[in-house]
Design a protein around this ligand. Structure first.
Ligand code: ADP
Length: 165
């Protein structure tokens, strides 16, 4: 029986099929998943938090997830939501060092918190939001990497950024 609720935090700038792969795996195991856009004021993003939430809502329609936005420390958010499981994705060994550090620090700040890692399907092992941003900055095709609502949002952003005249 599925008992626990888990939170999947991230920048989701923008959401990719890699994130969705992790979400689908987590949904099979947890009672409910809260997908939370974490706002880091020190990080410049392509999409605003509102835009990222909107894309998540469209891309995850029909799945058993709650979508939110949060500013601050993950441990404070987890306490507030009474959730003690954090989901993260591991693409390759290169992710491990960073993820290991965050999971360790989170456990130091909140001893009950458990970080659970999921491995995506091999076809998404090289996919990241930063790659999607890079490809789209050169107007490359990202339709195999992100859901259609994200492709549309990227195109809309490109039109908005076009120099006038
Ligand atoms: P953050 O800025 O917190 O790293 P991201 O949105 O980039 O946020 O990623 C959130 C989580 O999803 C991280 O654990 C990251 O490793 C994982 N992730 C991102 N892309 C993929 C992918 N293609 N496959 C599996 N996990 C992924």
């Amino acid at each position: 029986m599925k008992k626990k609720i888990a939170v999947y935090p991230g920048s989701f700038d923008p959401i990719t099929y890699g994130h969705i792969d992790i979400i689908d795996r987590a949904c099979k195991i947890f009672k409910k998943l809260i997908v939370s856009v974490f706002i880091n004021p020190n990080k410049k993003t392509m999409f605003t938090a509102d835009e990222r939430v909107k894309m998540l809502k469209r891309a995850l329609k029909g799945k058993n997830v709650e979508i939110e936005c949060f500013r601050g420390l993950l441990v404070d958010y987890a306490r507030k939501k009474k959730v003690d499981v954090v989901i993260r994705g591991l693409r390759a060994i290169s992710d491990l060092e960073y993820e290991f550090q965050i999971a360790g620090i989170n456990r130091m700040l909140y001893k009950n918190i458990e970080t659970v890692f999921f491995m995506p399907s091999a076809k998404y092992a090289y996919l990241s939001s930063s790659m999607v941003r890079h490809i789209s900055s050169f107007r490359g095709d990202v339709s195999k990497l992100v859901p259609p609502c994200v492709v549309r949002a990227i195109k809309k952003k490109e039109r908005g950024n076009k120099p006038k005249g």
